[in-house]
Design a binder for this molecule. Structure first.
Ligand code: AQP
Length: 332
């Protein structure tokens, strides 16, 4: 069996949370040995689709790079780069827009949610976000896209775009498969467990950041919303407990049913303490390594530049073929 070509993108927000870590970053680290190549992109072009500060964007990009390296991405074993360094992404976005349905873009949940929240401008970039995401993945002919559950609709759309391109212009692009983790594909906000843990839409106390100090993690998990029952079980009306069960299962690398067995007959207090300690243990090494890596921006920049060179070599080949198939530029 050939190895998969793995591709995923992550926003340069810097404030990466436990949902990002469990749903995405952890999968990246595991994917870098399974993929050949495994390609991870920090998507600064996506970040400008909502209100932002230019100087801040650069800082947060370095924060995110350092978090990914601290979590275990190794530039020797994967391709890690900044999206805007590879101009092919922007060009391919425009070319793919010719086979993207306006109606499909209108149906995207993320666009509906985020455009409503923009106070000054709901930008066309926000509307085009899924086409840029399709270009990111299709430029590398990736076969596998590790993401959290919230990205399901975007991955479905990129599959549709690839299929439509191939039907219209001949077999060129690869229709990628989505890879979501079995447990932890949707980590929920600790204060409002019916909503996903989120960078922009969550509560402060309900969001554990990868860089939170141990005591902050303990405090947030200690005050996590549960229910009026006593059983550490998943089930109706137990969204808060189910979320904590998933977090503990992932942190310990066990099945959620084992967590339920271990805490049978024990109260929520002991259970929450165990979740807190396991989460501290999960994130502490990342935070410590981050503190070592983040100050050296020249080293971060060098890692990104080396990644971009490798990425460009692949994306340029796809672009040349796409342009040729579409009748853009002189015939090859
Ligand atoms: N709650 C979550 N549980 C599991 N996975 C999640 N992801 C996001 N939230 C959860 C996954 O994290 C990856 C990176 O997401 P991103 O680059 O889109 O980062 P973001 O926008 O900063 O993350 P948010 O929290 O999703 O931001 P909002 O809510 O503001 O849009 C993706 O693979 C995603 O699935």
């Amino acid at each position: 069996m050939p190895k998969p070509i793995v591709f995923s993108g992550i926003q340069p927000t810097g404030r990466k949370h436990l949902g990002n870590y469990i749903g995405a970053i952890r999968q990246y680290v595991e994917g870098q040995d399974r993929g050949d190549p495994a390609i991870f992109c920090i998507v600064d072009l996506h970040a400008i689709s909502v209100a932002y500060d230019p100087a801040e964007l650069r800082e947060r990009l370095y924060d995110t790079t350092a978090i990914l390296l601290a979590a275990g991405l190794d530039p020797e074993r994967c391709i890690l780069f900044r999206q805007s360094d590879v101009r092919e992404h922007a060009e391919l976005t425009w070319l793919l827009s010719a086979v993207t349905s306006h109606g499909d873009l209108n149906r995207m949940h993320q666009f509906k949610e985020k455009s409503g929240k923009q106070r000054e401008l709901a930008s066309a970039a926000l509307f085009f976000y899924p086409v840029l995401m399709a270009a990111d993945v299709l430029a590398y002919r990736a076969t596998e896209v590790p993401v959290g559950d919230d990205q399901r609709q975007h991955v479905e759309l990129m599959r549709e775009i690839a299929r439509r391109f191939n039907e219209r212009f001949g077999e060129t692009l690869v229709v990628p498969e989505m890879r979501i983790p079995g447990v932890g594909a949707r980590i929920m906000d600790l204060q409002e467990p019916e909503r996903k843990m989120s960078t922009t839409g969550g509560t402060e106390n309900g969001t554990i950041l990868v860089l939170d100090e141990p005591d902050a993690i303990r405090k947030k998990l200690g005050s996590a919303v549960t229910d009026s029952g006593r059983e550490v079980l998943r089930g109706p009306g137990k969204a808060g407990i189910a979320n904590l069960i998933d977090i503990l299962a992932v942190a310990r690398g066990i099945d959620p049913s084992e967590v339920e067995r271990e805490f049978e007959g024990k109260g929520y207090g002991d259970f929450k303490k165990a979740v807190a300690e396991a989460t501290v243990e999960l994130l502490a090494p990342v935070r410590e390594r981050y503190a070592e890596l983040r100050p050296d921006e020249a080293a971060l920049e060098a890692a990104l530049a080396a990644g971009a060179e490798k990425a460009r070599a692949i994306a340029a080949g796809t672009l040349a073929e796409v342009r040729d198939r579409m009748g853009i530029g002189p015939s090859r």
